[in-house]
Design a protein around this ligand. Structure first.
Ligand code: FSX
Ligand code: SF4
Ligand code: F3S
Length: 401
């Protein structure tokens, strides 16, 4: 962890007091902590506890962190993914765990009234609040593309950002431009880190990102004044240290050479690998394959049959064509030999021998698939019925179709 803040934020009431005041059940909070423990393992680092009840006891003592949330060029999907949880209590819970002082989409006020709320919050919590930025910032033509309360977005960001203790860029737009920065990038859209490089910034990319990653970072900061360890793109390692392909439920089909060729074909209906449809999973770091959205099993792009577009990668989403096949840089072929299978009693039954024969047959098949998968041989050269393999180049006829 990066020890960048001398002491935890210490303003306002703690989470337990707040939840009791608003009648939020202990059960809902414990359930929420259980989800958090899986999605953002930082919680264990904060409280050093092992069960959801223990984590809830530890987090309950944390002072609610003041958060100011600014919107720039975005679709509001980041906010939606935070609040549209499948458990009705969770939306309320989130708004009570953090102290959301200003949020343009959720607040009732507007115009001068809203502007005043922002100014007062910045003043009251100067040097203590977490600034969450959603959306990219237009930099072209003196900011004529976006103004709030008559002032260019870039000015507002500089003014509020200067007083923040830490800044979290939520979503790919705030991290490095996202959709608004796609070619031809009419507004000169950039991410927060491009404008406030001297500040402590955490990028949580994704379009939208996983909301539990945000909560994990905010609560860690509130609990002990630290930010999680980051990778070279300023993403928390706890959420972005693995690629999608590593834990993808369709990985067995990739290894076996079973690829969807067209949306709606038999392979697609059977849940085969989407690599040949342009899936960027092998080049994309994110936890989507193990931490699904809104607590609904299989609710993530590949889970519903869409290829990963690499939305958490600066150089992929909105840069590389959606159906272009990625080069395989780090994926090794399946092993050519396997550990011997023995029975626990040291006796090999005729049934086991039969199964072993089947397994060897299957492995020989897999070996054949592996050897074909990385070859440059055209699919037409393969024996009838043989599975196809990943492309050896990054060109895909679908991309130009
Ligand atoms: Fe961007 Fe957030 Fe994509 Fe949308 O607003 S990261 S367009 S999901 O929601 O900023
Ligand atoms: Fe999953 Fe995509 Fe990898 Fe196929 S290529 S196993 S769909 S991540
Ligand atoms: Fe984005 Fe790919 Fe996950 S498109 S949401 S990183 S599966």
């Amino acid at each position: 962890m990066l020890e960048i803040f001398p002491s935890p934020v210490a303003v306002g009431e703690n989470i337990d007091t707040r939840l009791a005041k608003f009648g939020i059940s202990r059960r809902a909070f414990v359930q929420f902590c259980a989800t958090l423990m899986i999605a953002a393992p930082y919680a264990l680092a904060i409280t050093d506890k092992k069960t959801p009840e223990e984590v809830a006891r530890g987090l309950g003592k944390v002072i609610r962190p003041p958060v100011i949330w600014l919107h720039f060029q975005d679709c509001t999907g980041c906010t939606e993914s935070l609040l549209q949880t499948s458990q009705p209590d969770f939306g309320d819970l989130i708004l009570n765990i953090i102290s959301l002082e200003y949020h343009e989409t959720l607040m009732a006020g507007s115009g001068h009234q809203a502007r005043q709320v922002l100014e007062e919050a910045v003043l009251r919590y100067a040097g203590k609040f977490v600034l969450v930025v959603e959306g990219s910032v237009p930099t072209r033509d003196q900011g004529i593309y976006m103004k709030t309360a008559g002032r260019p977005a870039i000015e507002v960001l500089h003014e509020v950002g200067a007083k923040a203790a830490a800044i979290i860029a939520i979503g790919s737009c705030a991290s490095w431009g996202g959709i608004p920065s796609a070619d031809p990038d009419p507004t000169g859209a950039v991410g927060v880190a491009d404008l406030l490089s001297h500040k402590a910034i955490v990028n949580i990319p994704g379009c939208p990102p996983n909301p539990y990653t945000l909560l994990g970072v905010v609560l860690q900061f509130a609990a002990n004044g630290t930010l999680p360890e980051l990778d070279e793109l300023k993403r928390p390692k706890f959420a972005f240290d693995r690629d999608i392909h590593e834990h993808c439920p369709r990985r067995a089909h990739f290894d076996a050479g079973n690829f969807v060729k067209q949306f709606g074909d038999e392979g697609h209906r059977e849940g085969w690998c989407l690599y040949e449809m342009g899936c960027k999973g092998p080049d994309t770091h994110a936890g989507c394959s193990t931490r699904h959205f809104n607590e609904i099993p299989d609710l993530w792009p590949i889970g519903i049959g869409a290829p990963c577009i690499g939305c958490t990668e600066k150089s992929i989403a909105f840069r590389v064509p959606m159906f272009q096949v990625v080069q395989l840089h780090t994926i090794a072929a399946p092993p050519t030999s396997y550990a011997a299978i023995g029975t626990t009693h040291g006796v090999i039954s005729p049934l086991a021998t039969g199964l072993a024969g089947l397994a060897v047959g299957a492995l020989a098949g897999a070996g054949y698939v592996a050897s074909r998968k990385f070859s440059t041989v055209d699919n037409d050269d393969r024996p009838p019925g043989a599975p196809t393999g990943p492309a050896s180049t990054d060109s895909n006829p679908k991309a130009s179709a």
